[in-house]
Write a protein of this length. Structure first.
Length: 278
């Protein structure tokens, strides 16, 4: 891989995936996270469908969090995910849907999960095979080895405020960050958060920017590997994308605030700020 990421194992290329499809002894589970109609119009051979969009958690207290994570784990098992298979998520490009799938499996402790860099658009552009046949997944089982260190709750974020060693990263649009585009009971941002919209992680071709480009962008914002980073958005999707970008850079401590602004903005007991446009 030419982009020389610190943690390249989180991504796979079109050529690598094509080679795996042709290997009879390679145990692989491919999950298409796009809209159902996009999947029906053509997808990677052998891919099952699971649109992760719209499955959000707005209360990160213990009971709702456990129920939500159990539900996602169960649906992934129904899609054929097991710890003995390599799992590859893809979207239209290297998008937030596929990133969220990767983040879920990292949380569950899966040992071998990747995103297809460039997604389906890169697959098509390379002239790789496409099918309209729906893959029928076989139910599987995989044991959860919970990685609580990659997930943040509202309480975790609240305890993180004003700590110099922790960065709160707002991955939403500028309007959401400034509070001019309100998508919860209140608009604004978590106090002290640094704003870098998730789309800044991507190059023009829909693939992740290179290691050097990503490092430069985050360095300029004061986001460095010696700090713990907690990313958030509206519902944990865009935050998962920036989680992947930072993990590619080798950041050892990155957490996705899964409740994100929908939870934080709806709770009148949690502090907020209205940042000024720079």
């Amino acid at each position: 891989m030419e982009k020389q990421y610190t943690r390249e194992s989180l991504l796979t290329t079109v050529s690598e995936l094509r080679a795996k499809l042709g290997a009879a002894d390679h145990r692989i589970c491919i999950i298409d996270t796009r809209l159902a109609e996009s999947y029906a119009q053509g997808h990677i051979p052998g891919a099952t469908h699971f649109d992760l969009f719209g499955l959000s958690l707005v209360d990160t207290s213990d009971a709702p969090l456990k129920a939500f994570m159990f539900m996602i784990h169960h649906v992934l098992e129904l899609r054929g995910v097991s710890e003995t298979k390599e799992v590859i998520f893809y979207g239209e490009n290297s998008d937030m849907r596929a990133a969220r799938g990767l983040w879920f499996l990292e949380y569950y402790g899966h040992p071998n999960v990747k995103m297809l860099d460039g997604g389906f658009k890169a697959w098509q552009a390379a002239g790789a095979p496409v099918t309209h046949d729906a893959a029928a997944p076989k139910d599987a089982k995989f044991k959860i080895t919970e990685r609580r260190d990659v997930l943040a709750t509202a309480d975790d974020v609240l305890r993180s405020l004003n700590k110099r060693e922790i960065v709160i990263l707002d991955t939403r649009s500028e309007g959401e960050h400034l509070g001019t585009h309100v998508r919860a009971a209140r608009g604004g941002a978590i106090p002290g958060s640094i704003h870098i919209e998730w789309t800044e992680n991507l190059a023009a071709d829909g693939k992740f920017k290179s290691n050097a480009e990503l490092k430069s962008m985050y360095d300029k914002a004061g986001i460095t590997p010696d700090k713990e980073v907690v990313s958030y958005c509206q519902g944990g999707y865009r935050a998962a994308h920036s989680y992947v970008a930072l993990r590619l850079l080798g950041f050892p401590k990155v957490r996705n605030y899964i409740g994100s602004w929908k939870e934080w903005g709806d709770r009148a007991d949690l502090p907020l700020e209205l940042p000024q446009k720079k």
